[in-house]
Structures are given as structure tokens and as C-alpha cells.
Design a protein around this ligand. Structure first.
Ligand code: AMP
Length: 449
């Protein structure tokens, strides 16, 4: 099947060709014709499958007709995190370049004044995280009665983050005669209920999980004692031939400690976790993208949806609590046809979680040697050695480091807040702008308060 078979306009076919896509992905082939016909859709698919273009492309053609009115967005896309919201906005910029639509992004971390100004001009597409949307709705700054197209993206993640009551409230405020698209990697009962309640006779499309289909990721499991995990990690980082690595930990406190400890050991490491301001997250992400740092220690919430081309390694310092997160995490490598390596450190206590992951991915993760209670010999030996002078292990000059001292009281508060929640907003429009690759989208060019 080609993109031309899907019923998209010539302008969209051109922007798709400009993006360098040869043919539609399975979710795109299945979803686009139905969405263009105005049908509701449940897409069981996750990031990495091309699902974003699966809804953005037909939306552009649908919204091309008609005009927006002040404070009354014509369509709404709900995203669980700011990073995902920004990526969807980027997709609209990329695919909509031959018939640009007006857009606004509502999310924590951007001054509300700018968002209100954008809304008052009238927008075709509103991309929002549920909390900020509810906030603006409560202030009477937004009306949803003209919003005829709703996308609920990453619904299972919304569930994990406690957003389902907000989504129900938002759905109830939209007109009944609307089109609704819901995307989720899994369909736990609350999401099934949500879809039964708010979608009408939806077409269901399910695509294979990229992790099981993605033969480009070599997975390994290193069994290690809990008190040797840091040594094992350092050993891996010193001995693996890697370009760059994302190291995942389950808790924000672990992310912080690990990033500091790796820096002390001479690694060019940074961190990204939900306690950080949006500006710090973006700055750190940019440093990783620009190869200023080669190791990014990350938590799941902050890292969700991060799309960096050419990440050579993903290392799970902690085994994720949710098996789905394993797939999300390792999917940060092996993207765009490149190969990648995913290494998971597992203790005896993790055996149940590993079992659930292996059940989900449908195979055992190859063990990298050693008995469950020991650090593998090569890793243990490596842990005792100083950092090699390779790029990854080279210490960064002091000025490049951006350590943020954290008070004991704050650490205590943060530990209490585990597992991670979306972080507090902060006024950083300028930093959001700096995240952008290419021309600045019109909805970000409004001046800051
Ligand atoms: P998503 O699942 O929406 O996060 O998309 C994952 C990646 O796939 C993004 O980097 C897209 O640019 C890319 N992508 C989307 N559609 C296609 C396609 N038809 N062919 C190749 N790459 C694609």
C-alpha cells in the first residue's frame, strides 16, 4: 500500500514525501482511511509505530475546510506529557506545511498569558495536557462547544498518571456529534470503559508492538546484586562500545543520585526527571541531542516520547515496575532502522517483574552471564578500573556541568511523591522555543508576558 492509496490530499502527499517516508506504517494504513471517513477509532498502538502521523495527517485534511473562532478550538488533542504534546505540535508543523493550520499548545511550563493570546486568535488545533486545559477552562478562557474532533493519545499513560477523571470531564464538555480517536498501547479495563462511554461504534485497529517486531534491538539481561548495581553500570559504560546511552531508573531520587555519581566517576552524564523545571529538562535534553553529554539518566515520565535519532544504548538501571515501560524504554534505541542495545540490570527481587516483561514480549531476555547473586566477572573487573579516555567517559569541564543542589527537605518531599507525577509548570516559553528544530511555529511566536 502507498500513501496515495489512503485518500490524502496532494499537498499532504507532498509533505509526506518531503519527510522521506516510503510507505505508510500498518497503523497509518489502517487508521487514515477510516479517520478521513469521519469514523471514531480505537488505535491500539504505541510510540514508534507511526501512530502520530496516523491521526495528524487525516486531521489536517479534515480541518483544511472551515474556519476557527476566538476561544473555540475546532479540534483537541490530549497528551499526557509536555514532551509528547510538543512532538505532536512538531508533526503538525511538518506535515501541514502546505496548508498551515492555526495551533495552540496548552501545557505546564509555558506562560498562561501566551496560551490565552493564541487561543483568542482562534485555533484549528489545540494540543493540551489535561491539567492545563482544565485550568483554562475553569477560568472561562476556552469553550469546547465547537470542538468536533477529539484525540485522546496514550490513554493508558493518562490512566497511570491519574488523568482519567479529567478526560471524562473534558469529553462531557465537547459536542456529542464529534469524531473521537483514542490511542493506547494497552487496553486495561478503565480504558475500555472510557472508550465505550465516549466513542461511538469505533473501528478498532491493533498493530504489533514495535519491541517484539523490532529486531534491531539486541536485548540483554545482567543479573546483579542490589548493592553492586552502580558498579555494574559503571563497568558496562566503560566496556560497551557506545555512542550514547539513556539510563532509566524508577525513582526521581535514583535518577538524581545516579547522574551525580556518574559525573563524579568522570562520565559526561546528565539527568531528566519530572521534578526538574521544563527549562532544565529541555536544556538537558538538548545537551544530549547535541552530544555535549553522552549519558542521560532518566525517569519514565520525563523520558516518555523522547525521540532522539541514533541512541546506541538503553540501560535499565532498575527493572521497570510496569512491563509496558520496558517496551517504551528500549524503544528509545533501534529507531529509524538503526541498531541498538538494551541492557537491563536485574536483582533477585526483580525476578517477578522480569517474568511479566518476558511474558509481554513473548520471549526470554538473553542473560549476559554470571549467577543471579553476582556481578558478571567482566563487569566487576571493569568496575575497578578508571574510566577509559573514550568520548563517553571523558570528564566534562566544570562549567559544562549544571548540577542543581537539592536540599534535604526537597529530597524528602520528592521521595514522598514517588512514583513520579507530572512536574509543576514554570514560565519558560523561550526555552520551549529553543527546543524547536527549524522555523518557529506561529503559535510560539507570541511575545511572553
Ligand atoms: P510515532 O509512533 O508517531 O512516535 O512515530 C515514530 C517515528 O516514526 C517518528 O520519528 C516518525 O517521524 C516516523 N514515521 C512516521 N511515519 C513513518 C513512515 N510512514 N515511514 C517512516 N517513518 C515514519
Amino acid at each position: 500500500m502507498t500513501f496515495a492509496d489512503l485518500g490524502l490530499s496532494d499537498e499532504l502527499l507532498r509533505s509526506v514525501a518531503d519527510s522521506g517516508y516510503g510507505e505508510p506504517t500498518p497503523i497509518q494504513s489502517a487508521a487514515i482511511p477510516s479517520v478521513l471517513m469521519g469514523k471514531d477509532l480505537v488505535g491500539i498502538a504505541q510510540t514508534g509505530t507511526g501512530k502520530t502521523a496516523g491521526f495528524v495527517l487525516p486531521m489536517i485534511d479534515i480541518l483544511h475546510q472551515g474556519r476557527s473562532r476566538a476561544r473555540m478550538p475546532r479540534s483537541l488533542i490530549l497528551e499526557p506529557t509536555r514532551e509528547l504534546a510538543m512532538q505532536v505540535a512538531e508533526n503538525f508543523e511538518k506535515y501541514g506545511k502546505y496548508h498551515p493550520l492555526s495551533m495552540a499548545l496548552l501545557m505546564g511550563g509555558v506562560q498562561m498569558g501566551d496560551q490565552i493570546k493564541a487561543l483568542e486568535k482562534g485555533v484549528d488545533v489545540l494540543i493540551a495536557t489535561p491539567g492545563r486545559l482544565m485550568d483554562l477552562f475553569g477560568r472561562g478562557k476556552i469553550m469546547l462547544n465547537d470542538c468536533k474532533l477529539l484525540v485522546i493519545d496514550e490513554a493508558d499513560r493518562m490512566l497511570d498518571m491519574g488523568f482519567i477523571p479529567d478526560i471524562e470531564e473534558i469529553c462531557a464538555k465537547l459536542p456529542k456529534d464529534r469524531q473521537t480517536l483514542l490511542f493506547s498501547a494497552t487496553m486495561p479495563p478503565p480504558i475500555q470503559k472510557l472508550s465505550q462511554k465516549f466513542l461511538s461504534d469505533p473501528k478498532t485497529v491493533e498493530v504489533a508492538r514495535p519491541a517484539t517486531a523490532n529486531v534491531n534491538i539486541e536485548q540483554r539481561l545482567v543479573e546483579v546484586r542490589a548493592d553492586k548495581k552502580k558498579d555494574a553500570l559503571r563497568g558496562i559504560l566503560r566496556h560497551e562500545e557506545f555512542k550514547n546511552a539513556i539510563v532509566f531508573a524508577n525513582r526521581k531520587t535514583t535518577v538524581r543520585e545516579l547522574a551525580s555519581s556518574l559525573k563524579r566517576s568522570g562520565f559526561a552524564a546528565g539527568q531528566i526527571q519530572g521534578d526538574m523545571d521544563q527549562s532544565d529538562r529541555i536544556a538537558e535534553f538538548d545537551r544530549f541531542k547535541n552530544d555535549e553529554i553522552t549519558i542521560l539518566v532518566a525517569s519514565d515520565v520525563a523520558a516518555r516520547g523522547l525521540d532522539v535519532k541514533g541512541v546506541s544504548h538503553v540501560i535499565n538501571f532498575d527493572v521497570p515496575w510496569q512491563p509496558d515501560d520496558y517496551i517504551h524504554r528500549i524503544g528509545r534505541t533501534g529507531r529509524a532502522g538503526l541498531t541498538g542495545i538494551a541492557i537491563t540490570l536485574a536483582t533477585r527481587e526483580d525476578s517477578e517483574a522480569i517474568g511479566r516483561i518476558e511474558k509481554l514480549i513473548g520471549h526470554k531476555i538473553p542473560r549476559a552471564g554470571g549467577k543471579p547473586s553476582e556481578v558478571p566477572a567482566s563487569v566487576e573487573k571493569a568496575a575497578a578500573e578508571p574510566a577509559k579516555s573514550d568520548k563517553a567517559a571523558r570528564p566534562k569541564p566544570a562549567k559544562a556541568e549544571r548540577t542543581r543542589p537539592v536540599s534535604p527537605a526537597k529530597q524528602k518531599r520528592a521521595a514522598k511523591a514517588e512514583p513520579e507525577q507530572p512536574s509543576k509548570p514554570s514560565p519558560v516559553l523561550e526555552d520551549i522555543k529553543s527546543e524547536w528544530n527549524g522555523p518557529l511555529p506561529s503559535f510560539l511566536s507570541v511575545s511572553a508576558d
